[in-house]
Ligand binder design. Structure first.
Ligand code: PGA
Length: 258
C-alpha cells in the first residue's frame, strides 16, 4: 500500500444477508465504531432491498454505499434486473461487477462483466471489478494467465479517463468463504501482476492511482499482513463484514500493524 497515492478502501460485501431492520442495525453499529477512521475509505454493499434505508442511515457519515450487481441496459423489459440509474437513485456510489459468485452461480462471462462496467461508468458509478482464479487453475499454475484473460476482456474499450475511476479486486475463488485466505505473498504477486498489466495497457501514473483490493476470507487477524503488501490497496470483505466488531477491526488494521 502506498498511502499518499492510493487511500485504502475497505468494502463490506453483505451478499444475500440482512433484512432492512438488520441492515440498519449493522450500519448504525458501524457508524459508532468507525467515527475515528477518517483517513480510510469505507463502503458497504447491502442487498438491493436495503440500499435505500442504508443510504439514509449513512447520510451523516463518510461511508459509501455499493450495490452487489447491476444490469447493463438502461430500462425496459428485463424482469428482475436493476439498472445503474436505479442504483444512483437510491444513493449508490459504487457497484461490484463480476464477483465470482455471479460468474460461477449465474453464468456471468467476461463479456458481460465488460458490458456491466461500461454501463456503471455511464451511470457515474464506480465499478469494483472482481477477477480471480479457481483452485484447479491455481494448482495448474495458470493463475496469471487466467487473470490476464479476465482483465483483457473485461477492460476492452475502456478509455483511460474512465479507467481512472475504477477499483479492481483480486479474489481467488478458492479463498472465498472457505476460511483459507491467500497468503500476503500470493496476493502480492497477483496484485503486482495486475498493476504491471495496467501500466502496459494504460500508463504508469494511471496504473499507480488505481486501487486493487484483495478479497477472500479476510479477517481482523490477517488484514494487517495483507495490507502491508505494496500493491494491496484495500480489502473486499464478505463473511467478516456481517459482524460490526470484526469489520471495524479490519478497517482499523493499522492499529495492529507491526
Ligand atoms: P469472504 O467473501 O470474505 O466471506 O471470503 C469475500 C467476497 O466474496 O467478496
Amino acid at each position: 500500500m502506498i498511502p499518499d497515492l492510493r487511500r485504502p478502501l475497505i468494502v463490506g460485501n453483505w451478499k444475500m444477508n440482512n433484512t432492512v431492520a438488520e441492515s440498519i442495525k449493522l450500519v448504525t453499529a458501524l457508524k459508532h465504531l468507525l467515527v475515528d477512521s477518517p483517513h480510510i475509505d469505507v463502503a458497504v454493499a447491502p442487498p438491493f432491498t436495503a440500499l435505500y434505508s442504508v443510504s439514509v442511515a449513512l447520510s451523516d457519515t463518510n461511508m459509501s454505499l455499493a450495490a452487489q450487481n447491476m444490469f447493463w441496459e438502461e430500462d425496459g423489459a428485463f424482469t428482475g434486473e436493476i439498472s445503474g440509474a436505479f442504483l444512483k437513485d437510491v444513493g449508490c456510489e459504487m457497484v461490484l461487477v463480476g464477483h465470482s459468485e455471479r460468474r460461477n452461480l449465474f453464468g456471468e462471462t467476461d463479456k458481460m462483466v465488460n458490458q456491466k462496467l461500461q454501463a456503471a461508468l455511464k451511470s457515474d458509478l464506480i465499478p469494483i471489478v472482481c477477477v480471480g482464479e479457481n483452485l484447479a487453475q491455481r494448482e495448474k499454475d495458470s493463475t496469471l494467465d487466467v487473470i490476464e484473460a479476465q482483465m483483457r476482456v473485461a477492460f476492452s474499450d475502456v478509455a483511460m479517463h474512465d479507467f481512472e475511476k475504477m477499483v479492481l479486486a483480486y479474489e481467488p475463488v478458492w479463498a472465498i468463504g472457505t476460511g483459507k485466505n491467500a497468503t500476503p505473498q500470493q496476493a502480492g504477486e497477483v496484485h503486482h501482476f495486475m498493476r504491471t498489466w495496467l501500466m502496459k495497457h494504460y500508463d504508469a501514473p494511471t496504473a499507480n492511482r488505481i486501487r486493487i483490493l484483495y478479497g477472500g476470507s479476510v479477517k481482523p487477524e490477517n488484514a494487517p499482513a495483507l495490507m502491508k503488501e505494496t500493491h494491496v490497496d484495500g480489502l473486499l470483505v464478505g463473511g467478516a463484514s456481517l459482524d460490526s466488531d470484526s469489520f471495524a477491526k479490519i478497517v482499523k488494521f493499522e492499529e495492529r500493524m507491526s
